[in-house]
Design a protein around this ligand. Sequence first.
Ligand code: C2O
Length: 536
Amino acid sequence: CRVRNYKFNVVTTNTTRLCSSKPIVTINGKFPGPTLYAREDDTVLVKVVNRVKYNVTIHWHGVRQLRTGWADGPAYITQCPIPPGQSYVYNFTITGQRGTLLWHAHILWLRATIHGALVILPKLGVPYPFPAPHKEVVVVLAEWWKSDTENVINEAMKSGLAPNVSDAHTINGRPGPVSNCTSEGGFTLPVQTGKTYLLRIINAALNEELFFKIAGHKLTVVEVDATYVKPFSIDTIVIAPGQTTNALITADQNSGKYLVAASPFMDAPIAVDNATATATLHYAGTLANAATTLTVPPPQNATQVANKFTNGLKSLNSNTFPAKVPLSVDHNLFFTVSLGINPCPTCKAGNGSRVVASINNVTFVMPTTALLQAHYFKTKGVFTTDFPANPPNVFNYSGTPPASLATTNGTKLYRIKYNETVQLVLQDTGIIAPENHPVHLHGFNFFVVGRGTGNYNPKKDQKSFNLVDPVERNTVGVPSGGWTAIRFLADNPGVWFMHCHLEVHTTWGLKMAFLVDNGKGPNESLIPPPSDLPKC
Ligand code: C2O
C-alpha cells in the first residue's frame, strides 16, 4: 500500500451552463471536481486550501474512517470548518473497501458544486469478482442551478417555505443536448463494438433521486456504495444523492449513437420540473451527424421501476466477500423520519409557520463547536445523549397525520458501546406528505435487512428479514409511506452523523448523530486529533 497525496484548492470559478455564466465554488477550477484514485489499504492525504469567502469542509462519503473521525468532514459534527485563507490535511486509510464512492463539501449547500468521484481500486493484483472491463468511466450525476444556491436556501429559511428546484440535471457537469444552448454540448461516452465498460455512477445532486438509463442497452449492476452485489441485468437504475452504482455495459450494437438519460424520481405528490440530463453513447466509426437512438425516461413517479432495481440488490456474499450481517441485536431502534410544520412568527411568506424536519420528532440543532471535539475533550454543554430510541408519539404513520405534531429542538446523540450491534427501523411519516428519504450513515456500512410499505409491524415484518445476503450500503432510501430496516456493528469509535441526503431535508433538521464509545482493546479508540484541525 502507498500514500496518495492530493491538493484541493477551493476557488471561485466562472462557469457557463444553460447559456449563462456565474461564479461557482470549485475544487481546482473543475465541475465536477477531480477524481481521486486509491487502492484498498492506501493512505490518502488531501490538503484542502480554502481560497473562498465561505467556511469549507470536505466529506469522503462512505469511507469508513476507522478511528479517524477527524477526517470525516461534516461541519460541526467531526470538525470545525476550514476558515477562508486556511488549510487542513484530511488523513485517512482505506481499510477493507474497494469500489466507487464520492467526496463532497459538507457545509451549507456547497455540495452543489464541490463534489467528485473517489475510485478505490482493489489491492494490486486482486481481480474484480466479474469479468475485467475494457475501460472504466466515471459518471457523475448532479444539478445545475442558475441562481446562487446559498441564496436559494437562505431565502427559503427566511420565508419558512420550500426552496426552488435546480434548473437542470447534469451528467459529468453538463445538462447535455436537452439544453438549447447547443454550443455547450453534452458528455460523450465513446465505445467500441464488442467491448465491455464499467460505469462508476454517482449521484451528487443536492435534492433529487435519479433514474439512469441508456437507449438500446442493458446495465449489469455489480456494486453499490463500494460493496459488491450479485450481478443482475436491468434497463434502468435508480440512484439517490450520496449513492453510487457500478454497472457493466456491453457495446453489443454495430454502430450508432444512443441517448443516455438521467431524470428525477420523486415518489411523492410533489412536482419536480427541472430538466432531464442527457449524454451520448457513441460507437467508434459512427458519423458525428448520425441520428441518436432515443429513450423515454420513466415518469417521475415510476415507483415500480425504482422497486425493480432496489429489490434486485443482494450482497455478493461469496467466500472472499461474505456478508457479515449481525445476527443478534443490542439496540433495537425505531426512528420516524418526517417533514412537519413548526410555528415561526417571523415567517411572513409561510404565514407564521415553517417547514421543519425531524427524526423521532427531534429537529437537530447544529452546535457551534464540533461534537467530536466536545466528546474527545469532554467539553460540557455541547450535546446530550438522550436521543429517543422510539418516537414520543405513536400514530398511524402512513395514514392521516395528527393535527399538530410540533417538533422539539435539540442536539441529541444516541450512545452506543464499542462493538454493540444496532437494528434500526426507519419509518417514513406522511405528516406533510409521504416522501422517499435517502438516509446516510457516516462511519459504517449497514445491511438493509428489510423494507416495506405502510407501518412497520415488528412481529410480522421481522420474520421476513433477510439475514443471509442483504445489500450492504451507506445510504438507503426509506420508501415513501413505508419503512426500511438496517443492521450494523458499531465497531468504529467516534461521533457519526446520520441524515437525509436530500440537502433541503438536512437543512430542515432531518439529522442526528451516534456516539460510539472507545473499546478497551489496544486498537479500539479514536486516535488523537491532528495538530492542524481547525478551531471554531
Ligand atoms: Cu454524503 Cu453526511 O454526507
